[in-house]
Design a protein around this ligand. Structure first.
Ligand SMILES: Nc1ccn([C@@H]2O[C@H](COP(=O)(O)OP(=O)(O)OP(=O)(O)O)[C@@H](O)[C@H]2O)c(=O)n1
Ligand SMILES: O=P(O)(O)OC[C@@H](O)[C@@H](O)[C@@H](O)CO
Length: 447
């Protein structure tokens, strides 16, 4: 039996995140059924990424199109790397994109990735990936897995549970694939372009990814495959049936398994990613301040507007280690409330911690530096002049994918006006976090 799958590579944020992910990972699929004394079979993945993305309608092949300035394929690799029991990930890319792919692997610190040359069709690319895993390849550092996952590189939203299900089912039935209910009804046209008949939608399913196979089943199917199937086929499950006489187990998948095909899919993927990383917000505030301080009022309003808001006392005081834990848990949104100081000491400390953590390698981190302007004690122009330094800070940290901007809130004001300013400030903060618009970097917004 093959050795157990390799442990996950270090996550860009911190090795403890990888350990936490591995600990959180459900049992290796086969362990769920393996009798004592037998070892879990090994699992590898093949990602076809050699297409040109014609339907996307842009020069860049869609797997390399950016989402939040990171190539789409990197999100799919990240999703598979989170699964500790996938020991190897083989990606098929064209020769002309090989160097670009190596650069992506290096920049985003992807692990367990091997590259092979893509073919002129998706099936040929997959076949090349399988060949790289088969033991009969000279000088290959890869070993043949018992189960192989096949997953399109342009399906970034794949979760461990569906991978677990298809691999477990493939181990039992020889093949398995994720399916989804049909959105549109499928019709069959007559030769002269009229409706011949329509299929009963409820009795049919859309074939999605991931799919999984006993390696020998799918590898032998590809070896027997006709040139016609290699050229025009679109369904790996069909190859297992036609050449391996294996009826794949169908696994109901989640709505997120869709494939990025058209430009609208890229916009949809970006909005899903933005929504996911804007959920957790950390407010850094000197909590020694009395409860009635205006910063706490802002905190209360933000907690009403957003789901997961937590407050830490920041980097400067002994409890600053909380902030390290929050960064380790991959929070991507920070509201730094500089209560009295108009300089950037607290914000600068946060920025330094973020840069040391490498957190912003995978996703842009939003930092909003909030200042309460007590205009009775400080002249507006003097304060604003001082705060305009934020532009320089922002330009510097932008290079590390940290989006910094400032927010000025007047106080004290009569209670009604102050509440209005705070609500406006909370709306600005929420919008900056949800939109992640790099065009506002370095701006000092006034609520
Ligand atoms: N010769 C090919 C063609 C496609 N693919 C990959 O197969 C997956 C799904 O195919 P599809 O969505 O059709 O991608 P493209 O062929 O690039 O898209 P289009 O048909 O619009 O050109 C993609 O990850 C694509 O990169 C591949 O590895 N090798
Ligand atoms: O046909 P395309 O190349 O767009 O995409 C391939 C899809 O057919 C495939 O990913 C699923 O249908 C499952 O096989």
């Amino acid at each position: 039996m093959e050795p157990r799958p390799a442990a996950p590579g270090p996550c860009p944020g911190d090795s403890r995140v990888a350990e936490a992910a591995a600990a959180a990972s459900p049992l290796h699929p086969a362990e769920a059924r393996v009798e004592p004394g037998r070892r879990a079979p090994s699992v590898a993945a093949v990602l076809p990424a050699g297409g040109s993305g014609e339907r996307m309608g842009v020069p860049t092949p869609k797997q390399f199109c950016p989402i939040l300035e990171r190539p789409l394929i990197s999100y799919t690799l990240q999703a598979l790397e989170r699964v500790c029991w996938i020991k190897d990930i083989v990606v098929a890319v064209t020769g002309e994109n090989m160097e670009a792919m190596k650069g992506i692997i290096q920049k985003y610190k992807h692990q367990r990735i091997s590259l092979v040359e893509a073919g002129v069709t998706r099936h040929r690319s997959i076949f090349n990936g399988l060949r790289a895993l088969a033991e009969d390849q000279p000088n290959s550092k890869l070993s043949k897995p018992e189960v192989v996952i096949i997953h399109d590189a342009v399906r970034p939203f794949v979760e461990e549970d569906v991978l677990f299900k298809v691999v477990t089912a493939a181990k039992e039935y020889g093949a398995a694939g994720a399916v989804r209910p049909l959105v549109s009804t499928v019709i069959s046209p007559s030769a002269d372009g009229h409706l011949d008949h329509s299929l009963e939608r409820a009795r049919h399913r859309a074939s999605e990814m991931p799919q999984a196979f006993l390696f020998d089943v799918i590898y032998e199917a590809y070896q027997q495959c006709s040139d016609y199937d290699l050229e025009f086929g679109t369904e790996c499950l069909q190859l297992a049936l036609k050449y391996g006489h294996v009826n794949a187990k169908l696994v109901e998948g989640s709505p997120d398994l869709w494939k990025v095909t058209y430009k609208r899919d890229l916009y949809a993927a970006e909005s899903i990613i933005k929504e996911r990383i804007s959920q957790h917000i950390c407010i850094i505030m000197d909590t020694k301040e009395d409860e009635n301080h205006v910063g706490h009022h802002l905190e209360e309003i933000l907690k009403n507007e957003l789901n997961h808001v937590e407050v830490t006392s920041g980097a400067l005081c002994p409890a600053g280690r909380d902030l390290k834990q929050i960064i380790l848990e991959q929070c991507y949104n920070y509201v730094c409330v500089n209560v009295m100081s108009s300089d950037f000491e607290e914000t600068q400390r946060l920025l330094n911690m973020l840069e040391e953590s490498n957190l912003s390698i995978l996703y842009p981190v939003v930092v909003i530096s909030v200042y309460f302007l007590d205009y009775k004690s400080v002249h507006f122009d003097q304060k604003v002049e001082n705060l305009m330094q934020i532009r320089e800070y922002a330009k510097e940290v932008r290079k590390r994918n940290i989006l910094l901007c400032g927010l000025l809130i007047y106080y004290p004001q009569d209670e009604q006006k102050l509440q209005a300013s705070l609500r406006e400030g909370a709306t600005i903060i929420t919008t900056l976090i949800k939109e992640r618009n790099s065009g506002l970097v370095g701006q000092l917004l006034i609520a």
